[in-house]
Design a protein around this ligand. Structure first.
Ligand SMILES: Nc1ncnc2c1ncn2[C@@H]1O[C@H](COP(=O)(O)OP(=O)(O)OP(=O)(O)O)[C@@H](O)[C@H]1O
Length: 573
């Protein structure tokens, strides 16, 4: 099967402003046609000069055509560029809309820096083609064909001689153009790689610093930067051939036309005005010829850049379910029925069945890597199951609108994910209604973060830096808890922090969490004995399999691994 052209695929996705396109095309065509008259009238003007009887009317017509050409071409090219800009806007917006809805597994395998490069650098290359190069195709083509026709009409013998040189130019340009296309594609890949490296380092700057890895990272980027530099040089070399070559060809053509033209004027075969008009046409031709010879390159560049965006478009988006589909009733148990799942080939969760009871606390415990966080991701529907199903009561969760389902769940993560912005932005992140200051005060007090927030001069409007770097771990955690209070979810997923906080912070966080868990279906990946003891059921997970379910006491009595786990993990009280 023939591979689909990725650039056309993207262009097909755009809603074209048909009327604007029609007007722009018409203006451009008229602009080009009036442009074709300019040399002709210049020639006529020269001839009338010669006869020393300057016809004023001719001068006015000439000026009129000149002006009309400038206005029509100007408007036409502006409108065509406007369409180009609209197109690229639409491509960017649609790409971002698609990207943000892709499956989590796509983001697991992609580097964020590389993705950013796709949205910015690659679309820039397409932008250049669509809003600058492509709009000039039609007027250039008309000028090209029109000028050649006019030249033939004026003096076909001389035109033939003049154009002998043209095929040579084209034969040289084609391989150069191909080479340029290849280099540009490689450059885009290297730039994406470079952005990937930058993204990786900039987001984990602390790790880079504390492991003193600056030099290593510099070495890695140096190689990529050098590659980009070398590719840039190769491109410059080709440009260095193309541009003087075009100049020489141009000069040669004009020289030929003037040489032969002089002879023909003196022999009386053509008038001086005709010669002037012909020189004019040849000069007018050079622009379109050069832009056509580069067009293939620009087109190839744009196709190359579209290829990677095309790949993103063919990644699966998250199945969102029916938007209106809400759970039939609330306060239901969450039931795993023979669930199997793996991120790739390896199965992580194996034929697992369990029930999380409504309104109670269920604790997941088990060795590191046994699949506890994975179960959270499955409840959040971040990954599709390979087998089995998860039910909410008797309704498969996949049947519920994804948006509604996720709104129902509060997830307090160990990493306490924060967005750069203010404390207020973070407290209300993901909450669609307006949250009043009274609500913020109420819940931040419940999460024991009100006091430290008020210690900042800007209070709720304090900027917290990228990913909350200006806050301490304990502070971030309490803001995360306050966010869950405000969200007021039916189901709470809580990944207890393993980090040791000072006992005061610890105490406040525990208090806040106890309050948050009250009367909610809570699933907790427990690292504290106190939490475990409070749970109405503890589920012991080992290598993706449930090996024990019961209360702390029951498991202590009849589950060896659990007993061993409690003893060796030296769980915090
Ligand atoms: N996004 C991912 N892509 C591929 N494999 C993953 C991904 N996340 C986790 N895994 C793998 O799945 C397995 C289970 O990981 P998971 O994070 O669920 O364990 P856990 O019980 O929560 O561990 P811990 O207590 O250490 O946090 C591990 O072997 C891990 O390597």
């Amino acid at each position: 099967m023939k591979k689909e052209n990725p650039l056309f695929y993207l262009l097909k996705k755009v809603d074209w402003p048909k009327r604007l396109l029609f007007v722009a095309m018409t203006l451009s065509i008229l602009g080009s046609l009036s442009g074709l008259l300019v040399p002709l009238f210049t020639g006529k003007l020269v001839d009338t000069f010669n006869t020393k009887s300057l016809d004023l009317k001719m001068v006015w017509v000439f000026l009129g055509i000149f002006l009309a050409n400038a206005i029509l071409s100007g408007f036409g090219s502006y409108l065509l560029s406007k369409i180009g800009e609209k197109t690229i806007y639409s491509i960017r917006a649609k790409l971002w809309k698609h990207l943000i809805k892709l499956n989590m597994s796509f983001f697991d395998k992609s580097e964020s820096g590389q993705l950013m490069s796709r949205i910015t650098d690659d679309t820039n290359v397409i932008n250049l083609f669509i809003s600058e190069k492509a709009p000039s195709v039609l007027p250039s083509l008309l000028t090209l064909i029109g000028s050649i026709i006019m030249l033939f009409i004026l003096d076909w013998q001389m035109t033939l001689i003049t154009f002998i040189i043209l095929p040579i130019f084209i034969i040289i340009m084609i391989p150069l153009g191909k080479q340029m296309g290849k280099i540009s594609k490689e450059t885009q890949t290297e730039i994406a790689k470079f952005s990937g490296l930058l993204g990786r380092v900039l987001t984990e700057m602390r790790l880079v610093k504390v492991t003193a890895s600056e030099e290593n990272e510099l070495d890695k980027t140096k190689i990529t930067l050098l590659d980009i530099y070398k590719l840039g040089l190769r491109e410059a070399k080709i440009r260095a051939i193309i541009s003087p070559l075009s100049g020489i060809i141009m000069m040669l053509t004009v020289a030929i036309i003037l040489g032969f033209g002089g002879i023909r004027v003196s022999s009386g075969a053509i008038t001086a005005g005709t010669l002037v008009a012909m020189v004019f046409y040849v000069v007018q031709l050079s622009g379109p010829i050069i832009s056509f010879s580069m067009f293939i390159t620009d087109y190839k560049k744009a196709v190359g850049a579209s290829e990677r965006i095309y790949e993103i478009y063919h990644e699966d988006v998250e199945p969102t379910g029916n938007d209106d589909n809400k759970p039939v009733s609330t306060n239901q148990d969450i039931i795993f029925k023979n669930v199997s799942f793996g991120y790739d080939k390896e199965t992580i969760i194996k034929d697992l069945s369990l029930s999380i009871h409504s309104g109670e606390v269920t604790a997941f415990v088990g060795p590191s890597g046994s699949g506890k966080s994975t179960l959270f991701s499955l409840i959040e529907r971040l990954y599709p199951l390979q087998q089995g199903e998860i039910l909410y009561g008797d309704q498969p969760i996949n049947d519920i609108s994804l948006k509604f389902w996720r709104q129902k769940i509060g997830y307090v993560m160990q990493s306490n994910a924060m967005m750069s912005g203010t404390i207020r932005d973070n407290l209300t992140y993901g909450i669609n209604e307006r949250v009043s200051d009274e609500t913020l005060v109420h819940y931040t007090k419940m999460a024991h973060c009100y006091d430290f927030i008020m210690d900042f001069p800007q209070g709720f409007d304090t900027e917290i830096g990228e990913r909350g770097t200006k806050l301490s771990g304990g502070q971030r955690q309490r803001i995360d808890i306050a966010r869950s209070f405000i969200k007021n979810p039916d189901i709470l997923l809580l990944d207890e922090a393993t980090a040791n906080l000072d006992s005061e912070s610890e105490f406040y966080i525990q208090e806040a969490l106890n309050e948050l868990m009250k009367d909610r279906t809570t699933v907790v990946i427990a690292h504290r004995l106190a939490t475990i003891k409070k749970a109405s059921q503890i589920i012991f997970i080992d290598k993706g399999v449930v090996t024990g379910i019961g209360t702390h006491q029951e498991l202590l009595e009849n589950h060896d691994k659990y007993r061993h786990f409690v003893k060796t993990q030296s769980l915090n009280e």
